[in-house]
Design a protein around this ligand. Structure first.
Ligand SMILES: NC(=O)c1ccc[n+]([C@@H]2O[C@H](COP(=O)([O-])OP(=O)(O)OC[C@H]3O[C@@H](n4cnc5c(N)ncnc54)[C@H](O)[C@@H]3O)[C@@H](O)[C@H]2O)c1
Length: 335
């Protein structure tokens, strides 16, 4: 079996973590290899070279890789505003692509990536990393088994103290994970979204937002996202007729509070990024097979989350509740 050859585009904060995991997956499985590292900022590339050593292919421009037959796929870790441009360049050439969240900034761009992936028979995955979080998976099981009874509402808190951000706003940056987790837990998309957000230190860019998503079943999901909060939280709370569940998504610790008392649910924490990367590789390998293989973080999922991000911002700007209409996309044929 020829190893998959993967290029990582963007070697900043997240890209370096991705490179470490990509190297580790290659070392442990022998079935993939880091082909190259690209960053258009020479200083970032120099930092990568210092950390990952001389024996790798370092570049400042990704364009030649799109037509390079020795590249199987790319993991895109560049800023959000560049995702569409970089991902479309590779998908057009039939390369397999994993894009960090959010898939794109705009919904039309996200669906265009889905279309390009289909047209060019390429795998498109999005970095919705909590699909691979064993704590989230365990909470999904708890809800599906009815342990909490009828689920009334979810509360998700995604907060931390960050320096003022001039190039990005908090909804697009933080809300993809909570929206994706809600979908994973409920297997449903909201009907309506209402959002309030503000920038305090940076007036032009929101730094905190409170989003309420309304589901057809009557369930509510409340999402709090903030760069102003001194408590770093990645928390999901589910409240139902028989009790509640609290999940810390970082530690992957899940606790239930039922009428019988408190109960810790044992979770064996997963390496979320490593599992996400392996899943991308599995999708590439199984892409050629006749048996159906399910992509747990595919482009359609990414596109739907982008449309919820856009709806949240629309609600905030227009000070109204926004109805959600998600296009029906036919199932992607297995190739
Ligand atoms: N899944 C997660 O939990 C998670 C966490 C953090 C960041 N991210 C995502 O990862 C991405 C990168 O975030 P970050 O915090 O590492 O940002 P960053 O600014 O630290 O790094 C981005 C890097 O991309 C490089 N770059 C920009 N344009 C480029 C281009 N055209 N070609 C090649 N390189 C280019 C920059 O020079 C920079 O080094 C974002 O999309 C972010 O949302 C995901």
């Amino acid at each position: 079996m020829n190893p998959l050859r993967i290029s990582v585009i963007g070697g900043g904060y997240w890209g370096k973590k991705v490179i470490r995991e990509t190297l580790e997956v290659g070392r442990t499985t022998g079935s993939s290899r880091l082909h190259s590292i690209v960053d258009n900022f020479p200083e970032s590339l120099a930092q990568c070279r210092q950390e990952f050593g001389p024996g790798l292919d370092y570049r400042t421009d990704y364009h030649a890789l799109a037509t390079d037959p020795s590249v199987t796929g790319v993991h895109i870790c560049t800023p959000n505003s560049t995702h569409f441009e970089v991902a479309s360049a590779f998908l057009r050439q039939g390369k397999h692509v994993l894009v960090e969240k959010p898939l794109t900034l705009r919904t039309e761009e996200a669906y265009e990536l889905v279309r390009l992936a289909n047209e060019n028979k390429a795998v498109l995955c999005v970095g919705h990393i909590h699909r691979f979080n064993n704590g989230v998976r365990e909470l999904r099981r708890v809800l599906a088994e009815g342990v909490l009874g009828e689920v009334y509402y979810l509360r998700l808190r995604w907060t931390a103290l960050m320096n003022p951000q001039l190039q990005r706003e908090v909804i697009t940056d933080l809300a993809p994970h909570p929206f994706d987790i809600c979908n994973y837990l409920l297997e449903a998309w909201p009907d309506r979204i209402a959002c309030k957000g503000r920038g305090y230190r940076t007036k032009q860019n929101e730094e905190v937002a409170f989003i309420t998503a309304d589901y057809k079943s009557g369930l509510l999901a409340h999402v709090e996202i903030s760069w102003l909060d001194r408590d770093k939280r990645r928390e999901v709370t589910a409240l139902g007729s028989k009790g509640m569940a609290r999940l810390d998504c970082v530690d992957q610790k899940l606790e239930l509070e039922l009428s019988s008392g408190r109960q810790q649910i044992p979770v064996s924490p997963s390496n979320t990024l490593g599992t996400e990367i392996r899943h991308f590789y599995d999708c590439i390998r199984n892409n050629q097979n006749a048996t159906p293989y399910s992509n747990h973080s595919d482009g359609i999922l990414g596109a739907r989350v982008v449309s919820l991000l856009e709806a949240s911002r629309e609600s905030m700007f227009q000070d109204r509740t926004v109805p959600i209409q998600l296009p029906i996309i036919p199932a992607i044929p297995v190739r």
